[in-house]
Design a protein around this ligand. Structure first.
Ligand SMILES: [Zn+2]
Ligand SMILES: [Zn+2]
Ligand SMILES: [Zn+2]
Length: 158
């Protein structure tokens, strides 16, 4: 199996384009209007595959021109997370734009503690096992996202 982490030399433009077009499609399917702030926050996150803090998102946006306040960034992040287009990376206190093609609610995130890149695994069997275990334990699952912390292939070899 190939690494879930994209090759250093991959065409990142393709990642951006597919994530943006999927975002518009998903928003429409969910009857949500996709506002300019959401697009800007998503684009700021899509600059690379690293987890980005809300503070750094504000910086990235403000570097590009028309400024956004932190509160606007948080609001946009909330609505993007609601649609499964952005995930929160707890260990990094940061966010990542989703790169999975389909609807993505409870992925498994692979967070590299060295370069801060995040890869996503959306294994249905892992999600199903979590739901089943929660149910058996009478645990009302609110968020089944799993976060794995480690080193990506590039950092392991470094
Ligand atoms: Zn990419
Ligand atoms: Zn995802
Ligand atoms: Zn790494």
């Amino acid at each position: 199996m190939a690494s879930l982490f994209p090759d250093i030399k991959h065409q990142h433009r393709n990642c951006i384009e597919s994530a943006i077009s999927r975002a518009f499609r998903l928003a429409e399917d969910n009857g949500k209007k996709f506002g300019a702030n959401q697009v800007r926050v998503l684009e700021a996150l899509l600059q690379d595959h690293k987890a980005v803090s809300a503070y750094d998102i504000v910086d990235r946006i403000n570097d590009t021109g028309k400024r956004l306040q932190a509160v606007q960034v948080y609001r946009a992040l909330d609505s993007l997370m609601e649609l499964g287009l952005v995930h929160r990376v707890q260990s990094a206190n940061a966010y990542i734009a989703c790169t999975i093609e389909d609807e993505c609610r409870n992925p498994q995130l692979l967070f590299c503690s060295s370069c801060k890149r995040v890869a996503e695994l959306a294994s249905e069997s892992i999600s199903a096992l979590i739901s089943k275990t929660a149910k058996q334990s009478h645990f009302k699952l609110e968020q089944g996202l799993v976060e794995l912390v480690g080193l990506c292939p590039d950092c392991v070899d470094a």
